[in-house]
Design a protein around this ligand. Structure first.
Ligand SMILES: C[S@@+](CC[C@H](N)C(=O)[O-])C[C@H]1O[C@@H](n2cnc3c(N)ncnc32)[C@H](O)[C@@H]1O
Length: 229
């Protein structure tokens, strides 16, 4: 599998100050941008995930914690929560009283992480939970409709952030993002699986959605009951 040098999102931030950079620096930036875009396109075509980027913590930015705090505030007490792409497990510390937390990620993040590649050919049967959270993760999933269909029988509520195409048009492949939904298209993916959009909030240029299943799913029998803290 090809491993690439991780690319912090900020590396390709096209701000006016770029005009002040010397030509050689701008050329180097462009080269890096194209290199990452090429590798993302390759991963998208082959279905691979970026283990090189996500192993370890170096590429898990602390600036994302504000998004996680905003998501944590949407979760009700005493619910069972599974977080996909759990990263530094910040959500665990933001849950209200009486919640149970299960992290799931491409790589082992500790605390009983369910290690799972969301781009794998076959997805495992995840233990039922009340709420599934995706914070900065759907952008790296090759087949979002398949994932939502897979969760539809086991998760009542899905809270997901997404960098919608309307406000994040440029550099998508350079950032490693493998899909390009507008807000309406993403909502449609969830609605087709019986979810209703309950709310959306903005976080920077992204949207945080809360979807709930229109028909109630049977009680989450196999969900863990231990406390989150
Ligand atoms: C942008 S980080 C977000 C981390 C955390 N949710 C946050 O907001 O701080 C993306 C997370 O998704 C995970 N991830 C990326 N590709 C994945 C895949 N194919 N399957 C499962 N997890 C993946 C990464 O390991 C990482 O933890």
């Amino acid at each position: 599998m090809t491993t690439i040098t991780p690319c912090p999102v900020e590396a390709f931030d096209a701000s006016p100050k770029d005009d002040l950079l010397p030509f050689s620096a701008r050329l180097a930036d462009k080269g890096r941008e194209w290199y990452h875009a090429f590798h993302t396109s390759l991963r998208k075509a082959t279905g691979w995930s970026d283990y090189g980027r996500w192993s370890g913590e170096a590429n898990l930015a602390r600036s994302w914690d504000a998004r996680t705090r905003q998501i944590g505030a949407l979760i009700r007490p005493k619910t069972t929560v599974i977080e996909f792409g759990a990263g530094r497990l910040v959500l665990k510390t933001q849950l209200p009283e009486g919640c149970a937390y299960t992290p799931c990620d491409l790589v082992d993040r500790g605390c009983g992480t369910i290690v799972c590649d969301l781009n794998a050919r076959v997805l495992p049967r995840f233990p039922a939970h009340d709420v599934a959270v995706f914070s900065g993760v759907l952008e790296y999933v090759n087949d979002v409709p398949r994932l939502v269909a897979h969760l539809a029988g086991t998760v009542q509520t899905i809270i997901a952030s997404y960098a919608v195409k309307e406000s994040n048009r440029r550099y998508r492949r350079s950032y490693g993002w493998v899909n390009d939904y507008t807000s309406a298209e993403l909502v449609d993916v969830f609605e087709r699986e019986g979810y209703r959009r309950e709310r959306d909030e903005t976080w920077e240029s992204q949207v945080i959605y809360e979807f709930t299943k229109i028909r109630r799913i049977r009680a989450a029998k196999d969900a863990p009951r231990q406390s989150a803290t």
